[in-house]
Design a protein around this ligand. Structure first.
Ligand code: HDE
Length: 699
């Protein structure tokens, strides 16, 4: 076997699709059959003794159909149960040979197929997408050297430092055991009880109370590998690496009131958004970023790299963008692909390796273990979505539902009967060899002193936020602790956690939840005072691509104004949805029929990034009398969204009591056409936090 034998598997963007095609089944033009391939001549009545008699046991078609239905469910994931996924590919910008020998990071012309699943953590499979929660961001790379799974989140740190505490934190956040409430929510006693007693949660708690826990879209959130990994090059040199995903559409969030309402009006909000974007050809893109840290420099950083409650600020170690992930194909079948996919942190390829982070070490056990139950035994690696494109040959055998038919007699190693095959690969031939890290020490359950600081980065995170983002954190904590029934827990969170992060934060939250303000203590210092890269508000907001704009219309609308808006939004890559009382068409002032996309009773302002009211005297008079239309405008205002109006449309904003000079309102009473550009700029800002009066809005 030559050195490059493993690389002979040539991979391109379509490789996994072609592999999955082997298992696809299309019933078009086919006869309905039983599982045994027997054609069925009647499936709507069971076989019975007489037309009014009992069903006969010999009805094999009925029994098979019912048996299969009875066994359709498998256990949902114990965490990250609710998710949505897509296929795509990854392409490196230039060879990373200097850092890693991983084959998929060498050749810029190669597209490596991927399957990416996004998820919430706490809710069950049928819960709502927009809960306040961490989002999973799991990527399976089907590389020529086997599968590499980067199983990350949209938050760069975690609640705990040691995986042995994972069952505790998850039990605490999941619905309480006696009555199984609340669903997909951390706002309850057991979660905050845990937080109040476990100070290492402080940093992550700040993140989940921030806007990061309310992404506008899976397409508009960052991803993080969280742990420190290793890159190992072909000389055997190891460097520490932290992985990042940077969305090309920028990072954007919802507001809390909007998230809660979406949970009822469209629980599939993120799933739908991902699906529709891909169907429309707006392929989500993320750049893969790496922070590389020389082993020799690790100690100088002043940050414990093995502590997953810590991040390395980008200002200290810049993120180098080394390649791009593109999601361009929706799954064919939710269960077969999104539900059955099994990510595992232990799936790595030569050139990438683990560190001793105790959280990561625990994960190396947990994923495979949980999948044995969830997917019914060890042969789940043969399920089409999980099987690698790289060839698989070994002595594993048997077990439930074995697919592979191994040939020959030699199912052991070493053997002579099979000519010694399958054989070992040297590292030169692509064999995986663990990085020979030196380890020594006494067996102990003692945690290193270097893990003892729990508050400095929590404080840095809070200091890095813009004033509106800080306010959102305060309001989130007031909501969450406001739902906590036992006063001692509220008090303990404020005194033992928040007061140690920031005195003003603690006092503000205390005020909201009826707890006396704690004694002010100095906010702890961190390696750098603030990391601007952590603030969503400080990130560039350069485009409105793929944004959804609602246009409110009725009979008599000014069709030219509407068309002008539609044309401009199309130029910008955004889309306009025309909303009226009823589906069908409205008749414009000039008599033309204007198609309606959504009827008012099936949609709401929370599903859009901005709203526009075109002119047309009769249309606007109708909207003024329509409570749904007024609510639409007021709710969008309350959620800080851009609102545009031209000609008579401005009258609707006034009728809603809005100041047309308020931030983010673009009113063009003369209809000179300037509204389009100014409106685009207003949408680009995403939210207009400088509105002062939103709390007075009854929406
Ligand atoms: Fe997971 N996690 N996790 N996790 N995790 C699972 O594996 C676990 C952690 C993450 O879309 C489970 O197959 C332990 C951090 C994602 O299918 C389970 C610990 C991060 C997904 C499990 C952690 C994650 C999971 C449940 C602490 C971000 C969904 C079902 C030591 C870096 C993947 C499954 C998908 C799923 C265990 C902590 C991300 C139980 C023990 C930190 C994105 O094995």
């Amino acid at each position: 076997m030559s050195k490059t034998e493993t690389q002979k598997v040539s991979i391109d963007e379509r490789s996994k699709d072609q592999d999955l095609a082997r298992n696809r089944s299309d019933g078009t033009g086919q006869f309905l059959t039983t599982d045994q391939g027997i054609r069925v001549e009647h499936t709507d009545d069971s076989l019975r003794a007489g037309t009014r008699g009992p069903t006969l046991l010999e009805d094999f078609h009925f029994r098979e159909k019912m048996m299969r239905f009875d066994h359709e469910r498998i256990p949902e994931r114990v965490v990250h149960a609710r998710g949505a996924a897509a296929h795509g590919y990854f392409q490196v910008y230039e060879s990373q040979a200097k850092y890693t020998k991983a084959a998929f990071l060498q050749d810029p012309s190669q597209k490596t197929p991927v399957f990416v699943r996004f998820s919430t953590v706490a809710g069950s499979r049928g819960s709502a997408d927009t809960a306040r929660d961490v989002r999973g961001f799991a990527v399976k790379f089907y590389t020529q050297e086997g599968n590499f799974d980067l199983v990350g989140n949209n938050i760069p740190v975690f609640f705990i430092q040691d995986g042995i505490k994972f069952p505790d934190v998850i039990h605490a956040v999941k619905p309480e055991p006696h009555h199984e409430m609340p669903q997909a929510a951390s706002a309850h006693d057991s979660f905050w009880d845990f937080v109040s007693l476990v100070p290492e949660t402080a940093h992550m708690v700040m993140w989940v109370m921030s806007d990061r826990a309310l992404p506008r879209s899976y397409r508009m959130m960052e991803g993080f590998g969280v742990h420190t990994f290793r890159f190992v090059n072909d000389k055997g040199v190891s460097r520490f690496v932290k992985f990042h995903w940077k969305p090309l559409l920028g990072v954007h969030s919802l507001v809390w009131d909007e998230s809660q309402k979406l949970g009822g009006k469209d629980p599939d909000y993120h799933r739908r958004d991902l699906w529709e974007a891909i169907e429309q050809g707006d392929f989500p893109e993320y750049e893969l970023g790496v922070q590389i840290i020389e082993e020799a420099d690790a100690a100088k950083l002043g940050i414990e790299l093995l502590d997953a409650t810590k991040l390395v600020p980008e200002e200290l170690v810049p993120v180098q963008r080394i390649g791009k992930l593109t999601l361009n194909r929706n799954p064919t079948n939710y269960f077969a692909e999104t539900e059955q996919v099994a990510y595992c942190t232990a799936n790595i390829v030569p050139g990438i390796d683990f560190t001793d982070d105790p959280l990561m070490q625990a994960r190396l056990f947990s994923y495979l273990d949980t999948q044995l139950t969830r997917l019914g035994g060890p042969n789940f690696t043969e399920i089409p979505i999980n099987r690698p494109i790289a060839p698989v040959h070994n002595h594993q055998q048997d077990g439930f539902h074995r697919q592979t038919i191994n040939t020959g007699r030699a199912n052991y190693h070493p053997n002579s009967l099979g000519g010694g095959c399958p054989m070992m690969a040297s590292t030169r031939q692509g064999g995986f060899a663990h990085f020979p890290e030196k380890v020594a020490g006494e067996k102990t359950r003692v945690r290193s002193q270097s893990f003892a600081d729990h508050f400095s980065q929590a404080a840095m995170f809070f200091r890095s936020m813009s004033p509106p983002e800080q306010q959102h954190i305060i309001e989130a904590l007031r909501f969450e602790l406001g739902k906590v029934e036992i006063p001692e827990i509220r008090k303990r969170v404020i005194e033992e956690i928040l007061a140690k992060i920031d005195g003003t934060l603690a006092a503000q939250v205390a005020l909201g939840v009826g707890v006396p303000a704690p004694k002010a203590v100095a906010s702890p210092k961190s390696v750098i005072d603030a990391s601007p890269a952590l603030s969503i508000e400080s990130m560039p907001k350069t485009s409105i691509k793929t944004r959804r704009i609602a246009a409110l219309v009725a009979d008599g609308v000014d069709a030219a104004a509407l068309q002008e808006l539609q044309a401009e939004m199309k130029r910008q890559g955004a889309q306009v949805k025309v909303i009226a009382k009823h589906l069908g068409t409205v008749t414009a002032a000039g008599g033309q029929a204007v198609p309606v996309d959504k009827s008012a009773n099936t949609t709401a302002s929370i599903e859009y990034d901005a709203v526009f009211v075109p002119g047309g005297a009769v249309s606007v008079e109708t909207l003024k009398r329509d409570g749904d239309a007024r609510h639409f405008i007021l709710e969008a205002y309350r959620h800080y969204k851009a609102i545009g109006a031209s000609k008579e449309g401005v009258g609707l904003l006034k009728a809603c009591g809005l100041d047309t000079g308020a931030p983010g309102i673009v009113a063009d009473p003369g209809g000179a056409g300037t509204v389009a550009t100014a409106f685009v700029d207003a949408i680009k800002k995403h939210r207009h936090w400088d509105r002062k009066d939103t709390e007075s809005i009854p929406a």
